[in-house]
Structure formats: C-alpha cells, structure tokens
Design a protein around this ligand. Structure first.
Ligand code: AP5
Ligand code: MG
Length: 224
C-alpha cells in the first residue's frame, strides 16, 4: 500500500489521543493532534496560542482559518509524504473540504476516517479522570490507564496535569460543540465511502486491536 492517510474522528474523550499514540508507534507515521499543537502554542505563548486560548478555555472551536493553515503546513512537508495520522482535525465541514483540496492538489486522498464511538456517559467518566503529560500530551487515566508512578508520565517523566478544559461545565460544552459542528462529518465521510466505525467502549488494548485489524483489511483491499 502506497500511503496511509488517516483521520481519527470521535467525541471528546473517545480515545483519539490514546489510539493515535499507539498508531504512531505501530505505523511510524507522523501524528498530528491539533489539540496538542494548540496546547503547546498556548504554553509557549506564541501568536497562535494567544489566539486559541480563549476558544479552548470555553470549549469552543478555534476559527477554521487559524487551524487549517496549521495542518496544511504539516501535510505539505516532506515528513508526511508516506502518510499521516490526524487527530482532532478536521472538525468542521469547511476543515474537511480544505483537507480534501489540500490533498487533491498533490494528487493524494484520505485512506479512511476512523470513527471511535463511545456513549456520552462513558466520555464524561473518562474525562473526569484523565491526566495529561505537561510536555508532550501523553494521555493517562487515574483508573483506566494509570501511570506506573502517580503524577508522572511513563514515557518522558514530565508531570501529569488536569487539562484546563476538563472541568465539568466545559466538558458539557465541548460535547455540544461536537454534536453541532463535528458530527456532520460522519455522513460526509460515509458518503465518500471512507468512514470506518470502531466500538470505542472497550478497554484501550481491545480498541487498539480492532483498529489494527481494520487497517490490515484496508491494506488487503488496496492490494487486490
Ligand atoms: P482536543 O485536544 O482535540 O480535544 P477533544 O477532541 O475534546 O478530545 P480529547 O483530547 O478530550 O479526547 P480524546 O478522544 O483524545 O481521548 P483520550 O485518548 O485523551 O481539542 C481541544 C480543544 O482544542 C478544542 O476544544 C478546540 O478548542 C481546539 N481544537 C482542536 N482541534 C481543533 C480543530 N480542528 N478546529 C478547531 N478547534 C480545535 O482519552 C480520554 C481519557 O479516557 C483518558 O484519560 C484515557 O486514558 C481514557 N481512555 C481512552 N481510551 C479508553 C478506553 N478504551 N477505556 C477506558 N479509558 C480510556
Ligand atoms: Mg485528544
């Protein structure tokens, strides 16, 4: 298979970051998580971070024109020539169309949009116990995926923190934003024959195995 251009779709807390990290390791493809990119920009107080912060703190999306440029730049780079994994982008119809245009310009296209489905009450439980690595955004959960040492990232040793947008009232607003702005992408990708649904309400290893199996099937289909 020539290249694997993947989008991870799903509500907040569905496990996009958890599975994206695994895919990144398995497939050795660049992994672009717009939430992580924006949080790093906020931390570094760049112009992007200053623009994004107020939207993120409220649980709103940052404006399309701000985020589209961030991803276009990465996809155009040589690092993504053999494929990429996108987490948290696209999140609106204009973003999805911009991504298609960007790929079309260079005669490429998406391989699949993987929708990780999790019921809302499970999402709320997950986000309530999430701990995120301050440096790289590696994801843990106090109960479902605890680090070896409390409060410390297993991968790079940096402190684990609670994300500013993991407060109950902001979680609720992020879910509303998902329903309003991002859910329409499910039918967008379905109509293009790119949607693949995954039951995300299983333990992380089971979800990971299912994604792996699905990608093997996609590869076989492509080889036929
Ligand atoms: P972003 O960082 O993308 O947040 P999100 O979409 O709300 O998703 P999360 O990161 O909260 O959840 P996740 O699906 O990655 O789940 P995770 O693996 O961590 O975006 C943040 C903000 O940035 C947005 O609100 C917006 O303002 C802005 N933004 C970003 N992209 C944008 C864009 N394209 N356009 C405009 N604005 C944008 O898992 C959650 C927890 O559950 C963890 O604790 C994990 O350990 C645990 N867990 C994971 N899987 C399982 C499992 N199978 N079983 C049990 N526990 C599990
Ligand atoms: Mg995430």
């Amino acid at each position: 298979m020539a290249e694997l251009n993947l989008v991870l779709l799903g509500p907040p807390g569905s496990g996009k970051g958890t599975q994206g990290e695994r895919l990144n390791e398995d497939l050795r493809l660049p992994y672009y998580a717009t939430g992580d990119i924006l949080r790093a920009a906020v931390r570094d107080e760049t112009q992007l971070g200053k623009t994004a912060k107020e939207f993120m703190d409220r649980g709103d999306l940052v404006p399309d024109d701000v985020i589209i440029g961030v991803i276009a730049e990465r996809i155009e780079g040589s690092e993504a020539a053999d494929g990429f994994i996108l987490d948290g982008f696209p999140r609106t119809l204009p973003q999805a169309e911009a991504l298609d245009d960007e790929l079309e310009k260079v005669d490429r296209g998406l391989t699949a949009a993987l929708l990780i489905e999790v019921p809302e009450e499970e999402v709320v439980r997950r986000l309530g116990g999430r701990r995120t690595c301050e440096k790289e955004g590696h994801v843990f959960h106090v109960e479902f995926n605890p680090p070896e040492e409390e409060g410390v990232c297993d991968i790079d040793g940096s402190p684990l923190v609670i994300r500013d947008d993991d407060k109950p009232e902001v979680i609720r607003h992020r879910l509303e934003t998902y329903h309003d702005k991002t859910e329409p992408l499910v039918s967008y990708y379905e109509e293009k024959g790119l949607l693949r649904q995954i039951d995300g309400a299983q333990p992380p290893d089971v979800v990971g195995e299912r994604i792996r199996a699905l990608l093997s099937t996609l590869r076989m289909e492509e080889d036929i």
